[in-house]
Write a protein that binds this ligand. Structure first.
Ligand SMILES: Nc1ncnc2c1ncn2[C@@H]1O[C@H](COP(=O)(O)OP(=O)(O)OP(=O)(O)O)[C@@H](O)[C@H]1O
Ligand SMILES: [Mg+2]
Length: 279
């Protein structure tokens, strides 16, 4: 399968008022076309910086970021982004909020099809009937659903989700996980999900990348086996528990709470799961 996103040997240092801050050092992330990669790592290690690299909003000091084999040299329009805070515009209806990117990003979609697409996306995430409401009339979970539609409206090549469910309560979050699967079935995309929630990572993604503490390098990569349509019960299987244990241990290493061991010393990956340390 073609690597849609290919990040190799990336190093980057921010020049701050208090001196240089090395933030990425040895970042390697490959995402297949149609793949969904979750990125986890300690707070402040450089996860959001990684999303800015993919969107072309940041050019690294060293290394390469390629999308479709093409080296990224500036901001890219063909990326959809959703964040923890959905930042919808209160003076626009939900429908007009979803349509906003099409007013900014060049689109091949004829005008008459734009609204139909926005309505279809809203219906896909369960917001049919809320098209003419204002953001403040919606719950947090509903606002996040609308923000997802806005990120997808221009059929982006890459969908970047930076802790999109982080501010939601556990039940709403799990509902949205299921919505995400539904969306991916109907609107295929290549996705990168930043999250602090390991269950979310293995429920949604087909690969989980663990970043080390700052400066972040790719510390560990876990491939999540494809076991067909996922439901929440999958999170309670022995295979899922094993994967969560591996990831939890890797996070402890990344946070400096556990010593790094040779890759072979890790518990055996669950059957079918390919886990590999990157040292
Ligand atoms: N433009 C910038 N200039 C200077 N420093 C920056 C800039 N952007 C980010 N940083 C610093 O780089 C580090 C990594 O930031 P980043 O936002 O990528 O972390 P993160 O992993 O997303 O954190 P969190 O989990 O808290 O969201 C932080 O120390 C941050 O203060
Ligand atoms: Mg962040």
């Amino acid at each position: 399968m073609e690597k849609l996103i290919d990040i190799r040997g990336v190093r980057h240092t921010f020049r701050t008022r208090t001196g240089p801050l090395p933030v990425l050092d040895g970042l390697e992330v490959a995402v297949d076309e149609g793949g969904f990669t979750a990125v986890v790592g300690p707070s402040g290690c450089g996860k959001s910086t990684l999303t800015r690299l993919i969107a072309g909003l940041l050019i690294p000091d060293e290394g390469e970021v390629r999308v479709h084999g093409e080296r990224i040299t500036g901001p890219r329009a063909n990326v959809g982004m959703a964040f923890q805070n959905p930042v919808l515009l209160e003076w626009r209806t939900i429908l007009r909020n979803v349509l906003l990117p099409l007013e900014i990003v060049p689109t091949k979609l004829p005008k008459r099809d734009q609204e139909a697409r926005a309505r279809r996306l809203l219906s896909l995430v369960g917001l049919e009937g809320f098209e003419d409401r204002r953001p403040s009339e919606l719950s947090g979970g509903m606002r996040q659903r609308a923000s997802l539609c806005r990120a997808l409206i221009h059929q982006p090549e890459v969908l970047i989700l930076d802790e999109p469910f982080g501010a939601l309560d556990a039940f709403t979050r799990e509902d949205l996980w299921q919505t995400m699967h539904e969306v991916k079935r109907n609107e295929p995309f290549t996705g990168v999900l930043i999250t602090h929630d390991l269950r979310e990572a293995i429920f949604l993604a087909d690969r989980v990348v663990v970043l080390s503490g700052r400066p972040a390098r790719t510390q560990y990569v876990l491939d999540v086996p494809d076991t067909g349509p996922r439901d929440l019960d999958h999170l309670y299987t022995p295979e899922a528990t094993e994967m969560l244990n591996i990831l939890r241990h890797q996070i402890e290493i990344a946070e400096g709470r556990a010593a790094e061991e040779p890759a072979t010393a890790h518990p055996a990956p669950p059957p079918g799961a390919a886990a590999r340390g990157m040292h």
